[in-house]
Design a protein around this ligand. Structure first.
Ligand code: FES
Length: 164
């Protein structure tokens, strides 16, 4: 059986190639770790909120990505807006006026969101009904986990709402 001889030069070339491959792998891994968002940054975009904390007719504000999100629980008597209601009784909208970005106030007596800047109004579903706002309040991406709403993750309920 013929023994293959590896010359000193071939051996050095193989060894250098091996080290270069290991070095390149290390560099690529370091680049990946540098560019990948830190876990705390990833988690910062997601907020969980227990919907059962909101009583019927009550509106609570949740902070999400530096924005107020209005969580309103409708009473059976309040207007229903099937394509904007979660779990048949919650309206969840970004509390930033679609006109020029002011923060509307919830007026429980009139059951509207009223913008203090130019008098724009939205109904309880967040749909613009009066004044300069050009469109309804935005619905943040959300996912439902039992009684908890996860803001910042688009679940099937959100996808369906966006299509409807
Ligand atoms: S910013 Fe709300 S009506 Fe102008």
């Amino acid at each position: 059986m013929a023994e293959e001889k590896v010359s000193r030069r071939d051996f050095l070339l193989y060894a250098m190639g091996g080290w270069a491959a290991v070095g390149l792998g290390g560099v690529l891994y370091a680049m990946y770790k540098t560019w990948e968002p830190l876990p705390e940054v990833k988690a910062a975009g997601v907020v969980k909120f227990d919907l059962s904390k909101v009583k019927p007719g009550q509106m609570k504000v949740v902070q999400w990505r530096g924005k107020p999100v209005f969580v309103l629980r409708l009473t059976p008597e309040m207007k229903k807006c099937s394509n904007r209601v979660i779990k048949n009784e919650y309206v969840v909208v970004v509390g930033i006026c679609t006109h020029l970005g002011c923060i509307p106030n919830w007026e429980p007596d009139r059951q509207i969101f009223k913008c203090p800047c130019h008098g724009g109004e939205y109904d309880a579903c967040g749909v613009n009904t009066f004044g300069p706002p050009p469109r309804p309040l935005d619905i943040p991406p959300f996912k439902i986990e039992g009684n908890t709403i996860v803001l910042g993750e688009a679940g099937p309920e959100y996808e369906k709402m966006m299509k409807g």
